[in-house]
Design a protein. Structure first.
Ligand code: SAH
Length: 277
């Protein structure tokens, strides 16, 4: 598998002064065991009609035709690149209104295949990467999923359409609270957000069938592997903070952990709480 050059949002990311996230996966994960059609994929949830807050996502017509068209175009491009083959994952990307997670007035920016800044030096991941990581989890709709790194809540929203329950942890309180409100207002009811350090796991809700890290630790945290069910899958970017990183899939077997490298990526670092956030 020949790596493509990283699809980093080069100049724009540099101009915005934020961390770049890109990948070099040519063909995506090879084992594609997600069914091609999955009845469990829900339509985009509509905003909760009773939520009485000033959240900007509550304005009428949140998801105009133009946004839906741009989203379909983006997903068609992702599908054409053949990095992602799971129709249920592509459908989830068509259904989640990414522009409502990016704090970005410009629809075009939200629907380019790029990471975008969300504040606190963090980024919402590139849609292709979200799709690749989601596909790598091999979701069937029944799983309890732990996400580390809620950020904007976008990845959690995608996971919520493809699994039973999502538990998402975020270290930066403001980001976590904003994501919690956004997800609730948009009607993603099977997602729980907790402020905390992902390195500590979520023992009260463990074990999890799937765990997804959206920030990169230097090595896979043992606590998180311990919180996986038997036959559980953990997908994570692993590597140095501003150096080489790879996406890995870990499978918990009877007496061992099977490890598979899926390709080069670049993610923001997973920071231990004691480091000062
Ligand atoms: N999944 C997000 C993007 C994640 S960016 C989305 O869809 O928008 C990575 C996130 O991981 C950041 O929000 C960062 O604050 C968070 N993070 C970094 N270290 C963490 C830790 N130890 N525990 C929990 N979250 C962490």
């Amino acid at each position: 598998m020949q790596p493509k050059p990283p699809r980093c949002l080069g100049s724009l990311v540099a101009a915005l002064g934020t961390a770049c996230q890109s990948h070099t996966i040519a063909d995506g994960p090879q084992s594609n065991s997600i069914p091609v059609t999955q009845p469990g994929v829900a339509a985009a949830p509509s905003p909760a009609p009773t939520a009485a807050t000033e959240d900007p996502t509550l304005v009428p017509n949140l998801d105009p035709l133009q946004a839906r068209q741009l989203r379909r175009k983006l997903v068609a491009e992702i599908a054409a690149n053949k990095d992602v083959r799971s129709e249920s994952v592509l459908q989830a990307l068509r259904n989640v209104p990414r522009h409502l997670f990016t704090n970005n007035a410009l629809l075009d920016l939200s629907y380019a295949d790029h990471p975008l800044p969300i504040g606190y030096e963090q980024t919402i991941s590139q849609p292709t990467i979200v799709a690749i990581m989601t596909e790598a989890l091999e979701l069937t709709g029944k799983e309890r999923v732990l996400e580390i790194g809620t950020g904007s809540g976008y990845q959690a929203a995608i996971l919520s359409l493809l699994s039973r329950q999502v538990f998402s942890m975020e270290l930066v309180e403001d980001l976590g609270q904003a994501a919690k409100l956004r997800l609730a207002n948009l009607g993603y009811r099977n997602v729980q957000v907790r402020i905390g350090d992902g390195y500590q796991g979520w023992p009260e809700e463990a074990p999890f069938d799937r765990i997804l890290l959206t920030a990169a630790p230097p090595s896979v945290p043992q606590i998180l592997l311990d919180e996986l069910t038997a036959n559980g899958i953990l997908v994570a970017p692993i590597g140095r903070a501003h150096g080489a990183q790879s996406l890995y899939r870990f499978r918990k077997m009877k007496s061992s952990i099977e490890q598979e490298e899926l390709g080069g990526v670049r993610f923001v670092p997973m920071i231990p709480e004691k480091a000062g956030y």
